[in-house]
Design a protein around this ligand. Structure first.
Ligand SMILES: *Cc1c(COP(=O)(O)O)cnc(C)c1O
Length: 634
């Protein structure tokens, strides 16, 4: 083992913090994770958590940093402004935030207010989302794009939005929506602003590759697009066609795919202009990637470009195509959602226990007088395993362990022998781990040894509520301890949640070259040990499901103040058990009534006295109103 001192800089490197944090997180000299939303602003995450705990609130908690969110909005808009200045682009940039990525009030309102000066708008994909967007305070020029399939009610709401003075654009997702829009617009006597989603031939890259191309769910093909132009011309409404919309999927990992798509989109735009449609906005959709693993590659959890490079390439490509086609350079719109929201939220989970083959091993149970030969075999392996023979010894041990369990099942082995055998096997693994740690080359059959040996860190959270993307689409999120980062982590762990679902675990961790099976962690000891799960603010932040009735977690909205201080602006309590139970169709009265009836019977039967009766009902009531996660009193 390396005996040199382990520094916060080593920790930053070990966990790749500078690679994935986009400058919003760092390790302090004291080995604590800090959020750094802007120049001169930093707040210490363990301090924030301590304050929340001191207030008597429970963990897990999501820390939301509005300053980070506002910072991302500015960064995106400034990146486009910089690129446009550099290329002398003859138009502007106006982003829209697709709220499906995170509809939370704090998120939408922060983006709307930070985006006001940039006329940054919103995108709604359903009636409910539109209802929410219409109530936001946006710059009068800011776009409010209506995507998704539409009925008359959706279209009406969008058109009324125009009467309210909002720059609402109705995007046609399929050809038949045009007649519906024309009909409703006639009924209300309101002139629509129309966008058309075009099915690009270009494809994305990464996990959402299928969102583009011919088979895409949304969009019109070239023939349909021309029919829209014809139909609008007939109605003398060609000027209503204001936007060309494209979207090839989320988390595009390869910048070349973006350039190809933007080129195709701009060609379509140019031809629309030639056809006489004065399309004002060219919407290049979402897809701006987040580098979750910090590797800057085309790996699905990464992206091989920065936000600034994205802006520069989009601006350059649009301009180049417009110049060669001699058409006016449009207002460029992007619908970046993931890139705006991922960084602002950190899930803090307490480690409540550690289990694993190398834990609690101090005592190998005593040998029985007549202990079985298979146990003796394992004893021998443990005594003799060394760097020369470890491969065959390991294989023997694995075989012996299997035999051990077979013998037990057949009744030839006592529970005492089994316990001793299992403990010996674990001791062999532990010894083996030390042996191979010093080797330059680890043979293939031992490659998952770290995983076999890893400790399971039991964390007080539900993967299905808080990190559904990890479960559903194998998304990777950076995980680090919040403090002790000036101390060398001595263990390798995987994370398991507190649901009763064996899928509720994290066994894949970010790595620059690959995906790691385990995460370096400290021995928690007796102090609270908190892990931060970062970049979790997009999509899954609002997709959570209440598996095992673990509900929404507590949230703190925190701003950093100069001098390493912070302010918890708002604390929002998570869902109470009652809410989750009621969402399944039960009623609180009914539950309490049933308990009451049972209590009465138990009292009549003499199983409860008067005090116990009161206590039982109080405890029951307290849990109905309580947090759904584990609450240990220190
Ligand atoms: C989901 C979605 C987006 C958001 O994409 P990101 O990759 O999160 O930026 C943008 N546009 C449309 C049409 C979408 O459906």
């Amino acid at each position: 083992m390396n005996s040199t001192r382990f520094t916060p800089a080593d920790a930053a490197e070990l966990y790749g913090i500078h690679n994935w944090s986009s400058g919003y997180f760092r390790v302090s000299d004291k080995g604590e994770v800090e959020v750094t939303p802007g120049p001169g602003l930093n707040a210490v995450l363990p301090d924030i958590v301590d304050e929340i705990v001191a207030r008597g609130e429970s963990l897990p908690v999501i820390l939301r940093f509005p300053q980070v969110l506002a910072g991302r909005v500015r960064q995106l808009n400034e990146a486009f402004r910089t690129a446009m200045r550099e290329y002398d682009y003859q138009g502007r940039y106006q982003g829209v935030f697709p709220i499906k990525v995170n509809q939370r009030r704090m998120v939408v309102e922060t983006i709307a207010s930070a985006g006001y000066e940039y006329a940054h708008g919103l995108e709604a994909g359903s009636k409910a989302e539109l209802a929410l967007c219409l109530a936001q305070n946006l710059h009068p020029d800011a776009l409010l794009c209506c995507n998704g399939f539409k009925d008359d009610g959706f279209i009406k709401l969008a058109l009324w939005g125009r009467s309210l003075g909002k720059n609402v654009v109705i995007t046609l997702e399929k050809f038949s929506e045009l007649e519906r829009v024309l009909k409703v617009a006639r009924q209300l006597g309101i002139r629509p602003a129309i966008g058309v989603r075009f099915k690009l031939n270009a494809r994305g890259s990464g996990q959402w590759e299928e969102s583009g191309g011919d088979q895409a769910k949304f969009g019109l093909n070239a023939g349909e697009l021309l029919q829209v132009v014809e139909r609008l011309r007939q109605e003398d409404m060609l000027d209503a066609l204001v936007m060309l919309h494209t979207h090839i999927g989320s988390q595009i990992t390869d910048i070349r795919r973006i350039k190809v798509a933007v080129r195709e989109a701009t060609q379509v735009y140019s031809d629309l202009v030639d056809e006489g449609a004065q399309v004002k906005y060219l919407n290049v959709g979402g897809g701006l990637g987040v580098d979750y693993d910090g590797s800057k590659t085309t790996f699905y959890a990464s992206a091989n470009y920065t936000l600034a490079e994205y802006a520069a390439d989009v601006v350059y490509t649009v301009q180049e195509v417009c110049k060669s086609n001699e058409v006016r350079q449009p207002t460029i719109v992007s619908e970046s959602g993931r890139a705006l929201t991922a960084h602002h939220a950190v899930l803090v989970v307490p480690v409540i226990d550690v289990t694993g083959p190398t834990r609690g091993l101090q005592s190998i149970p005593e040998a029985a007088e007549d202990q079985h030969q298979i146990v003796k075999d394992l004893e021998e392996i443990l005594a003799n395993i060394n760097t020369r023979n470890y491969r065959e010894m390991y294989n023997d041990a694995v075989g012996d362990k299997e035999t051990l369990h077979n013998l037990f099942n057949l009744g030839y082995l006592t529970l005492r022998d089994r316990a001793r055998g299992e403990a010996l096997f674990n001791a062999i693994l532990q010894k083996l781990a030390k042996l191979v740690a010093g080797l330059a080359y680890v043979p293939d059959e031992l490659e998952d040894l770290p995983k076999v040996l890893a400790d399971k860190y039991i964390c007080n959270f539900s993967l299905f509520q808080s990190l559904p993307d990890n479960w559903a689409i194998q998304a990777l999120f950076p995980v680090t301890p919040l403090d002790r980062l000036d101390e060398r982590p001595t263990r390798q762990g995987t994370l398991v949640d507190i649901t009763c679902d064996s899928d509720g675990k994290i066994e894949k961790f970010i790595d620059l070259r690959d995906v790691k099976a385990t995460l370096p962690l400290h021995d928690p000891g007796t102090r609270p040990y908190y892990l931060g799960i970062f970049l979790m603010g997009a999509y899954q932040d609002v997709l959570g499901s209440a598996h095992n009735l673990f509900g929404k977690v507590n949230e703190a909205h925190v701003t950093a103040r100069p001098g390493g201080k912070h302010l918890v602006e708002l604390f929002v309590r998570g869902q109470k058990a009652r809410r989750l139970i009621e969402s399944m169709g039960y009623e609180e009265d009914m539950l309490r009534g049933s308990i009451r009836a049972q209590v009465d019977r138990a009292r009549a039967a003499g199983r409860l006295d008067d005090t116990q009766t009161v206590e039982l009902e109080e405890d029951y009531g307290e849990e109905l109103l309580g947090y759904t996660y584990l609450e240990y009193e220190e």
